[in-house]
Ligand binder design. Sequence first.
Ligand SMILES: [Zn+2]
Ligand SMILES: [Zn+2]
Length: 269
Amino acid sequence: MSSYMNMNFHTHTVYCDGKNTPAELVEEAIAKGFTALGFSGHAYTPMDLRYCMSEKGTEEYREEIFRLKDAYKGQIDIYCGLEMDYFSETDTNGYDFLIGSVHYLYKDGEYHSIDGGVSYFEHLFSLYKGDGYALAEDYYRLLGEVVDKTKADIVGHFDLVEKFNKDSRYFSASHPRYERASLDALSVLLKTGCIFEINTGALSRGYSALYPSKALVCKMAEAGARLILSSDCHQKENLDFAFSSVKELPYFPAIEGCLLTSSPFPTKK
Ligand SMILES: [Zn+2]
Ligand SMILES: [Zn+2]
């Protein structure tokens, strides 16, 4: 049955920093009763090769996903996508969909990871001389451009900059500077007609929050944006991580009508 819970378009494999092969993930998706599965390997980012697909690996990934598409025809719809970083350099022709994400800030002549670990984030924070709002403003400036830059269909983990911000350690999300920066990015992105994801990935990795925050996702829904539930899956057990808990959110009635219940993408041959 098609439902917002029976699909995931944010899935990583062994071709990037995921733990499972595409075939293992397809089997898992079928076992969970999914109707659709989208793969979103991390697109090549030359300045950080730790987590992304290599150039050669990208070709192999594409071949393998297209092979599975055929092999599982009639059982599950498989989509071959990429998670583009703002700074990715990859030919995006021939993919079914793209996610656009900001994982780095370029500061003082270097790229700095936003979500790679607390120590990286601390270092970045120190480059901003402790001004977490200036950091968040730079993040949202890039995010506002991410669809234009990457041609993404879906915006990934909208407020990723909050990942390590437990107890508002670096900034407060209700501060006027943070609100202005995030809402400015949102208003630019809303005009593109892009899809926004409700991403449970941070929950599955032991962080407390869903992306986006309640305040932001409610604004998206108010504006009539399309929302898609995704797990940012890096291991098959988490393919639908916390999907069933989303309906328990107190603000679920406000967003339910915007949640996609079937694939918004055509499957290319
Ligand atoms: Zn990401
Ligand atoms: Zn991802």
